[in-house]
Design a protein around this ligand. Structure first.
Ligand SMILES: [Zn+2]
Length: 426
């Protein structure tokens, strides 16, 4: 009984904290702040580029303050007069992956980033706080935007949009936008067929399948001058719509887009919460960064797995549960700090993770034996580390090349995200 009362009180608090009046502060329009994220292993800074405005606001209207900070960068928006926090959202960035590489010990990197916020009716103040792996935050930038006085370049309108799956209104759904890269006009039929195929991969995978009425999938019809994708290790260079490339942060299969401003510019022609780039390539690769974007190669045999795995990162904020593969980072998770990602634990604060979902008879840590196959547990190895970091399931889609096999923890996190985008309580 006591537990029920506590639950009701916490739900009430959640609603009070997050269900603010959207119309009081915002218009149904998007403001995009574009900036560079510059630095190396030991320092970082933000440099403002420009403000853009237009489109509709397709994001959540209920959770104006993000319930969980899964990202490394926290953007907070305040009313300039009252100082009241009126919007927040976190994301992770390619910069933070770059700065964990050996290259960042001797070279400065500069990465395009941007954030979409609902368009303010009055002057706002905003801050960018960068969190390290120990969970320590540093405010790196403070800015202000006035709808009366700050010039914002309007979004342009260049591309036609295909609807591949319709669940409901943009403001009540997770709006996924596919953008093709490396397809020429002559490959239009192949491009459209690939986009439809990837839409099916998403909607045939749990828990997207069970939430079909809360997901929209659209695609931009955008062509490239040359066919294929840049692959520096094989001396292949292609002039494409988004300029996606393999070998980002010196990992051969890491396929990403460095032209983030252009990517968002192209995306403006449709309502979107999440961008997935479909690249015209046969080489295995892809990437996904929380609230940033994801990429996938079109023709690799495991492409259905790659897209839902990378969307686990970019939409769910989920971590990699593997620990034996080639990655470009070292000692990513300090083992004396609880990671922010919901599907890993160091057991420092396991109560904040999936402890309440465990069968009390399951040992912690759980031996990775056939006896515990298909059992929610606490298995050592995850987040690129064999020791000191634990994952919830032996063979989740976030660990291995198995399509449609998200573990109960990852499934719950994705379900919570559907609630976030469709304005429902968890
Ligand atoms: Zn999982």
């Amino acid at each position: 009984m006591k537990k029920v009362v506590v639950l009701i009180v916490s739900c009430f608090l959640m609603a009070g904290l997050y269900a603010q009046d959207f119309d009081k502060y915002f218009e149904n329009k998007t403001l995009r702040i574009e900036y560079l994220h510059i630095g190396d292993a030991n320092s970082e800074k933000f440099e403002l580029h420009e403000y853009r405005a237009g489109g509709v606001w397709s994001g959540t209207r209920m959770y104006l303050q993000e319930p969980n900070r899964y990202g490394d960068i926290l953007v907070e928006v305040f009313d300039s007069i009252s100082g009241e926090p009126i919007f927040s959202r976190s994301y992770s960035s390619l910069f933070n992956e770059y700065r964990a590489t050996e290259r960042a010990l001797k070279e400065t990197g500069s990465f395009e980033e941007c954030i979409n916020v609902p368009y303010p009716k009055k002057t706002i103040l905003y801050t960018f706080t960068s969190f390290n792996r120990r969970g320590e935050g540093t405010v790196l930038y403070k800015g202000s935007y006035s709808p009366m006085h700050s010039p914002a370049r309007e979004f342009s309108d260049d591309y036609s949009v295909m609807t591949l799956h319709r669940g409901g209104k943009p403001e009540e759904c997770l709006d996924i936008l596919l953008i093709p890269d490396g397809y020429t006009k002559e490959e239009s039929v192949k491009m459209q067929s690939d986009l439809k195929r990837f839409s099916s991969y998403i909607m045939d995978c749990s828990p997207y399948r069970e939430n079909a009425e809360r997901v929209n999938i659209r695609a931009i019809k955008g062509y490239s001058k040359e066919s294929g994708i840049t692959d520096p290790n094989n001396n292949v260079y292609r002039n494409t719509l988004l300029g996606c490339t393999y070998n980002v942060t010196d990992v051969d299969r890491y396929l990403m887009c460095l032209n983030v401003w252009k990517m968002n510019d192209i995306a403006d022609d449709a309502p979107y919460d999440a961008i997935i780039i479909i690249t015209n390539s046969t080489k295995y690769g892809g990437g996904g960064i929380y609230n940033f974007y994801a990429t996938v190669c079109s023709a690799a045999p495991e492409a259905n797995f790659v897209i839902v795995h990378e969307m686990g990162h970019s939409i769910g904020g989920l971590a990699d549960e593997y620990y034996t593969s080639e990655v470009g980072v070292t000692d990513y998770y300090p083992t004396d700090v609880e990671p922010v990602e919901p599907n890993l634990t160091t057991l420092v604060d396991f109560g904040s993770k999936w402890k309440s979902m465990l069968d009390p008879n399951t040992p912690v840590p759980t031996p990775a034996t056939s006896h515990y196959k298909e059992t929610l547990g606490v298995y050592e190895g995850g987040g690129y580390q064999a020791e000191g970091v634990y994952r919830p399931w032996q063979h989740c889609t976030m660990k291995e090349i198995i399509y449609n096999n998200f573990c109960p923890v990852c499934t719950k996190v994705l379900n919570d995200m559907f609630n976030y985008y469709s304005n429902r309580e968890n």
